[in-house]
Design a protein around this ligand. Structure first.
Ligand SMILES: *Cc1c(COP(=O)(O)O)cnc(C)c1O
Length: 373
């Protein structure tokens, strides 16, 4: 049985009529760049996130950059984040002119280890960006306490965690702002590029609204130098439809993760993801760890199972960040994970038979003895 890593076609089949109607409504209204569809989606998304304000923007990367820019972060400042993330988190810091500073991740949850903050902080630190990797929030309480005590802001990179919770609080609402991506493969995905910032702070929301539209507060009245980071109307209309399904689809993902965890429990040579009890995981990615990834992936491929690696090179060892001068061994947990991670197929529409096929292939890859054949 072939199991693709991701299956967006099936994902959209269930609501295709609604999606086409929504796109037609945008064409009829000719409201393509910003406009009423974006405003309506912002209201719905703020409501979903249990946040006061949501600002629709052009991508998750821009959401991060706009938020830092609106908070006055720039050259001479330092921003702390993790090296085990998609590079966009770190690029956004660089684009403001600030310097990215890393702390390692926790062995158990693959998210920011609060114990690393003390060593990373300096008098130049302006923000901490924890990343809700794979759909689970980090241990936010000590991160927030650490930041509050030093007058540092916390910006959540929630690009992989739409709907996740920590102690009951939605992803994006614990920090000063939460940044979301609606890249097509994310738990809430557009038909192109889009992102959003959520915040409780009306002044921050207003400043981001101006910055995303060339610093404009009234037509052709520009109070500061911004850029074009608007969300477009078609993306907003599509996202508004898909948002109605999100809670349900996240629940399906959680069920699949539980199915994987049950079926793979106790198998030697395999590390399973851990979900902390006080957190609601939205299972964006189901990453296991294996020692011999190369032969494992070869076996999975031979069985028709699509796998991914998130992420094979931690950001501090990327050529693009050679300028920071980090060496191998600087962030050992991130480095070990980068060498061992394998992402199994994970999407709401996975059928139970497909999960069984993945499980069988995993067992076959790790224990190629006749007893398991
Ligand atoms: C996807 C992603 C981003 C960037 O979002 P884009 O919409 O692709 O710009 C940032 N951070 C993380 C953790 C992501 O997964």
């Amino acid at each position: 049985m072939n199991v693709p890593f991701l299956d967006l076609k099936t994902h959209h089949a269930a609501c295709r009529r609604e999606l086409v109607d929504a796109i037609n409504a945008v064409i009829d209204a000719a409201a393509f760049a910003g406009g009423p569809f974006v405003t309506r989606f912002e209201e719905d998304f703020a409501c979903f996130c249990e946040a006061r304000h949501a600002v629709g923007v052009s991508s998750g990367s821009d959401a991060l950059w706009l938020t830092m820019t609106a908070l006055g972060i720039g050259p001479g400042d330092e921003v702390i984040t993790v090296p085990m993330t998609f590079i966009a988190t770190v690029e956004a810091i660089s684009r403001t002119g600030a310097r990215p500073v890393f702390v390692d991740i926790e062995q158990a949850t693959y998210t920011m280890d609060p114990a690393g903050l003390e060593r990373a902080v300096t008098s130049h630190t302006k923000a901490i960006i924890p990343v809700h990797l794979f759909g689970q929030m980090p241990d936010m309480a000590p991160i927030l306490d650490f930041a509050r005590a030093r007058g540092i802001v916390v910006i959540e990179d929630a690009a992989q965690a739409h709907g996740a919770r920590y102690d009951g609080y939605r992803a994006g609402t614990l920090g000063t702002a939460g940044c979301f991506s609606f890249y097509p493969g994310k738990n809430l995905g557009a038909f192109g590029e889009a992102g959003a910032v959520v915040t409780q702070d009306v002044r921050l929301a207003d400043r981001i609204r101006a910055l995303r539209d060339h610093g404009q507060v009234r037509k052709y009245h520009h109070v500061e130098i911004g850029w074009n980071c608007r969300m477009d109307g078609i993306q907003a209309a599509v996202l508004q439809v898909k948002l109605r399904y999100l809670e349900d689809r996240n629940e399906w993902r959680r069920k699949h993760a539980a199915h994987y965890a049950r079926a793979l429990a106790g198998i030697a040579g395999l590390v399973l993801p851990i979900c902390r009890p006080s957190r609601t995981h939205v299972s964006h990615i189901f990453a296991i760890r294996v020692a011999d990834r190369k032969s494992f992936m070869r076996h999975m491929e031979s069985r028709g199972i699509g796998c991914g690696i998130h992420y094979p090179v931690p950001v501090h060892l990327q050529d693009a960040y050679a300028c920071l001068g980090h060496r191998c061994g600087a962030f050992p947990v991130a480095e070990r994970c980068a060498a061992e991670f394998v992402s199994l197929p994970m999407y709401p529409e996975l059928a139970s038979g497909q999960i069984d096929a993945v499980v069988q292939a995993v067992v076959g890859a790790l224990h190629p003895s006749p007893a398991y054949a």
